[in-house]
Ligand binder design. Structure first.
Ligand code: LLP
Length: 420
C-alpha cells in the first residue's frame, strides 16, 4: 500500500486526505507533504527483512534531516549515519543512541571527531590523514574509539557517476593495496582505537541486488583476512544505496527483503552483526513536493507549465537528469487538452526544470501539481537561490495535516545582517 494514490474520483490523496485540501490549508506553496505512516511502513520493511540477524539500521540523515522525522525514526528503533558534525549534533539532539550511530565521510574535521569520540559513536576510517585525526580525537576525548575501515571494493553500482562511490576512481574509502598499511597502523594505535568492523558503500539508486551480493562476498573475504591477523571484527556495514521506483512503471524492483536475503547467509556464516545505511529507500516515497501552477506558455513548438516550485526546492532533475513522476492533484476540466510539457520553475536558469516532456492535461492557473518521491535529497539539498526561501513541511498523521517545519521567510534572511 502506498500513501499517495489517485482515487476513482480523480483526486490525488495522501492517507485519505485530498492533496487539493492540503493546498488550501498550507501557509504557502510550494510545500513538502509527507505521510508519517509511510515512514513507519518503510522502516518496518527493513525490520522484518532483518529478522534473525543481529543488525543496526543506520538512517542516512543526509537524505532528509527534518527533526520531527528524525525523532520519529529514532522512536521506531533506528540508528543514524552522519557525515558532518552538525548532522551528529542533530542526531544526538533527536535522541539517537550513540551506540547506533556511525560517523562517515572522507573529510571529517578534528573538532567533529572529538565530539564523536566523546559520545562513543562508531567512526569510519577513510584515509591515512583521517586515521591520524581519529587517533588525535580519541586522545583529546580520553576515550577509545570504535572504528570501522571503509573499504573501496571496486564494484560498479551501474548508476549515475555522481552517485557512484565504491568504484576505483571514487574519492571514498581505502583500496586493497593499502589494507596492510592500515591494519599495521591500527594495531600500533590500539590504546586509542579499536577496529570493530568493515564498511563499504557502493553508491545510490542501485536497482540490482546482485551488486550488493558481489560486494558482500568481497567484504567477507576482507573480514576473514583481517580476523586472521588477530582483530576481533564484529560488524559488516554494507552501506545504503537501494533504489526506488521513481518511474512509477510498476517495474519489479528489489525490496529491503530482497537486499537482506542476498547477504543473509554470508553474514550468518561469519557470525557478524550487519549494519545497513538506507536513506532513499526509507524516506523518498513518503513525500511529494506540492506546487501551484503559475501559468502555461508556448515558445514555438515547446510547451511549458510554469509552477512555483523550482530547482531551488528540488534539484535532482537539474543535477542528475533524474526523473521524478509528476501529476496534477485534481481532475482537469473535461475539455482540457493533453499536451507534452516541460514543467519548469521561476528560477533564472535554463537548468530549472522539474520534468521534461511530460504528457499532461493543460492545467488551469492555480492548479495543484505534485512531484513524487521527494522525500530524499530534495529538501535536504534545497537552496535559497533567487531568494526562494525554503518551503514549509507537513505530514499527514492520523488523518490530520500537521506542520513539521516552518517556512523560511524573508525576515529569516535579513537576520543574517542584524547588527552588521
Ligand atoms: N551511506 C553512505 C556512506 C552514503 O554515502 C550514502 C549516500 C548513504 C549511506 C545513503 O544512500 P541511499 O540509501 O540514500 O542511496 N544526492 C543524491 C544521492 C547522494 C547519496 C550520497 N550518499 C541523489 O539525490 O540521488
Amino acid at each position: 500500500r502506498h500513501c499517495f494514490s489517485k482515487a476513482p474520483d480523480g483526486f490525488l490523496y495522501c492517507e485519505g486526505v485530498r492533496v487539493q485540501d492540503t493546498m488550501d490549508a498550507a501557509e504557502r506553496s510550494p510545500f513538502y507533504l509527507y505521510s508519517k505512516d509511510q515512514i513507519t511502513r518503510n522502516f518496518e520493511a527493513y525490520r522484518e527483512a532483518l529478522e534473525g540477524l543481529r543488525s543496526i539500521v543506520g538512517y542516512a540523515v543526509k537524505a532528509n534531516n527534518n527533526f520531527k522525522i528524525l525523532e520519529h525514526l529514532r522512536g521506531l528503533g533506528c540508528g543514524a549515519v552522519l557525515v558532518s558534525g552538525n548532522e551528529l549534533r542533530l542526531a544526538l539532539r533527536a535522541g539517537f543512541d550513540p551506540a547506533r550511530c556511525i560517523f562517515n565521510g572522507n573529510g571529517k574535521l578534528l573538532e567533529d571527531l572529538v565530539l564523536a569520540a566523546e559520545k562513543g559513536v562508531f567512526v569510519n576510517i577513510d584515509s591515512e590523514f583521517d586515521l591520524e585525526n581519529i587517533v588525535t580525537a580519541a586522545r583529546i576525548a580520553g576515550k577509545k574509539v570504535p572504528v570501522l575501515l571503509r573499504i573501496n571494493p571496486d564494484v560498479d553500482p551501474q548508476v549515475h557517476p555522481y552517485v557512484a562511490t565504491g568504484n576505483k576512481t571514487s574519492k571514498f574509502g581505502i583500496r586493497n593495496e593499502k589494507l596492510q598499511w592500515f591494519l599495521d597502523a591500527i594495531k600500533s594505535h590500539s590504546n586509542d582505537i579499536k577496529l570493530v568492523g568493515a564498511h563499504c558503500h557502493l553508491g545510490s539508486t542501485i536497482t540490482k541486488v546482485d551488486i550488493f551480493r558481489d560486494a558482500a562476498v568481497l567484504m567477507v573475504n576482507y573480514i576473514d583476512q583481517i580476523r586472521e591477523q588477530g582483530f576481533e571484527l564484529e560488524y559488516l556495514n554494507i552501506g545504503g544505496g537501494l533504489g526506488i521506483d521513481y518511474h512509477h512503471t510498476d517495474a519489479i524492483l528489489p525490496t529491503p527483503m530482497d537486499l537482506i536475503d542476498t547477504v543473509r547467509e554470508l553474514v550468518l556464516s561469519r557470525d557478524l552483526t550487519l549494519i545497513i545505511e538506507p536513506g532513499r529507500s526509507l524516506i523518498a516515497n513518503t513525500c511529494c513536493l506540492v506546487n501551484r501552477v503559475t501559468g502555461v506558455k508556448t515558445n514555438g513548438t515547446k510547451n511549458f507549465v510554469v509552477v512555483d516550485g523550482s530547482m531551488a526546492e528540488l534539484i535532482r532533475p537539474s543535477l542528475y537528469g533524474a526523473y521524478q513522476h509528476i501529476e496534477l492533484v485534481s481532475p482537469p476540466p473535461s475539455d482540457a487538452e493533453v499536451s507534452t510539457f516541460d514543467v519548469v520553475g521561476p528560477v533564472c536558469e535554463s537548468a530549472d526544470f522539474l520534468g521534461k516532456d511530460r504528457e499532461l492535461p493543460t492545467p488551469a492557473k492555480g492548479a495543484g501539481l505534485v512531484v513524487h518521491d521527494a522525500g530524499a535529497y530534495c529538501m535536504s539539498m534545497a537552496s535559497t537561490y533567487n531568494l526562494k526561501m525554503r518551503p514549509p513541511e507537513y505530514w499527514i498523521d492520523n488523518g490530520k495535516m500537521v506542520k513539521i517545519r516552518h517556512a523560511e521567510t524573508f525576515d529569516d534572511f535579513m537576520r543574517f545582517f542584524d547588527g552588521l
